[in-house]
Design a protein around this ligand. Structure first.
Ligand code: C2E
Ligand code: CA
Ligand code: CA
Ligand code: CA
Length: 275
C-alpha cells in the first residue's frame, strides 16, 4: 500500500508537470497562431422557427494549430483572456467574419461572441465601429453576444457599453441565458435585443420536465420584456417540434448542421441564391 501511495504521488507530480508544459505550449501557440493567421471563423446557422428559413450565422472561433489540429474555443479563449490577447484575437476574427459575411445575402445577420474582458475596455464600441466602417458593413447586420457574467461584474459599465453599441445600430444578445445570476431587475434595466436560452436547457427539453418548465418560463419572460428569443442546442427533430409550439423564435444547433468553414457556408448559400 505504501508503494502505491508513492507511485500515486509521482504520477500526480508528473501529470502536473505535463499540464504545465501543455499550458505553456498553448500560450506560445496562441501568440504565434495570431501572427500566423491560424485562427479562423466557423459559422453556425440560425433559423427562423416559423418559416424554417436561414436568417443568419453565429461566428464560432476555431484554431487550426499545426501541432494540435482544429482546437475548440473552450480551450483557447480562457487562455487568450488570461494572457491579454483576447481583444487582438477577437478583432482579427471579426474582420475575417465581416469579409465573409459581406459576400452573403445582405438579409443574413452575423452574430459574434464578445468576452467580458473586451467589454471592460471603454474604447470597445469605438474600436468595433472603426472595424465596421473599414469593412463598410452595416451595423444593423451585426449582433453581439455577451454572457450574464458580464452583467455581474459591473452593471453600470455594461449598461453604458450596451447603450453606445445600440446607438451605433449594433444588436445585443444575452447569451447562455439561465445559467448565470442575472436578476430580473438587472435584465429589465439592460436594453438587450434578444435572449438566447442556454443549450443545457434546450438539449434536455424533451427528456426532463424541469427543463421544459425552465424553457417555457424564459420564453414568457422574454415575451414580457419584449425581448425575442433564440434557442441554442437544437439537436434533433423532437426538440425542434417541442419548440415550435412555444411561439416565434430563432433556433440553432446540430439538427441544422455542425459549425462550418467560410468555404462550406458559401457552398450552402450558393444553390439557395443567397450568395
Ligand atoms: P456559445 O456561444 O454558447 O456557442 C455554442 C456552442 O455550442 C458552440 O461550441 C457550438 O458548436 C455548440 N453547439 C451548437 N449546437 C449544438 C448542439 O446542438 N449540441 C451541442 N452539444 N452543442 C452545440 P464551440 O464552437 O466549441 O464554442 C464554445 C464557446 O466558446 C461558445 O459558446 C462561446 O462562448 C465561446 N466562443 C466561440 N467563439 C468565440 C469568440 O470568437 N470569442 C469569444 N469571446 N468566445 C467565443
Ligand atoms: Ca454564443
Ligand atoms: Ca450560448
Ligand atoms: Ca455556452
Amino acid at each position: 500500500a505504501k508503494g502505491q501511495g508513492k507511485n500515486r504521488y509521482f504520477w500526480f507530480e508528473s501529470s502536473m508537470e505535463n499540464e504545465l508544459r501543455f499550458r505553456n505550449e498553448i500560450e506560445t501557440g496562441i501568440r504565434r497562431g495570431i501572427s500566423a493567421g491560424e485562427f479562423v471563423p466557423y459559422y453556425e446557422q440560425q433559423i427562423d422557427l416559423e418559416t424554417g428559413k436561414l436568417v443568419g450565422f453565429e461566428m464560432l472561433a476555431r484554431w487550426k494549430s499545426p501541432e494540435l489540429g482544429i482546437v475548440n474555443p473552450t480551450i483557447f479563449i480562457p487562455v487568450a483572456e488570461e494572457i491579454g490577447v483576447i481583444a487582438q484575437l477577437s478583432e482579427q476574427l471579426i474582420e475575417q467574419a465581416l469579409t465573409d459575411a459581406k459576400e452573403w445575402d445582405p438579409n443574413l445577420t452575423l452574430s459574434v461572441n464578445i468576452s467580458p474582458v473586451q467589454l471592460r475596455d471603454p474604447w470597445f464600441s469605438q474600436k468595433l465601429l472603426k472595424i465596421l466602417v473599414k469593412h463598410n458593413f452595416p451595423p444593423s447586420r451585426l449582433e453581439i453576444e455577451i454572457t450574464e457574467s458580464c452583467i455581474h461584474e459591473n452593471i453600470g459599465v455594461v449598461r453604458s457599453m450596451i447603450t453606445s453599441l445600440k446607438n451605433q445600430g449594433v444588436k445585443i444578445s444575452l447569451d447562455d441565458f439561465g445559467t448565470g445570476y442575472a436578476s430580473l431587475s438587472q435584465l429589465r434595466s439592460l436594453p438587450f435585443d434578444r435572449l438566447k436560452i442556454d443549450r443545457s436547457f434546450v438539449g434536455e427539453l424533451t427528456d426532463e420536465d424541469s427543463c421544459e418548465k425552465i424553457v417555457s418560463a424564459i420564453i414568457s419572460m422574454g415575451d414580457g420584456l419584449k425581448m425575442p428569443i433564440t434557442a441554442e442546442g437544437v439537436e434533433d427533430e423532437r426538440i425542434l417540434e417541442a419548440l415550435q409550439g412555444k411561439g416565434p423564435m430563432k433556433a440553432q444547433g446540430y439538427h441544422y448542421g455542425r459549425p462550418e468553414s467560410a468555404a462550406d457556408v458559401r457552398k450552402r448559400l450558393e444553390p439557395k441564391g443567397l450568395l
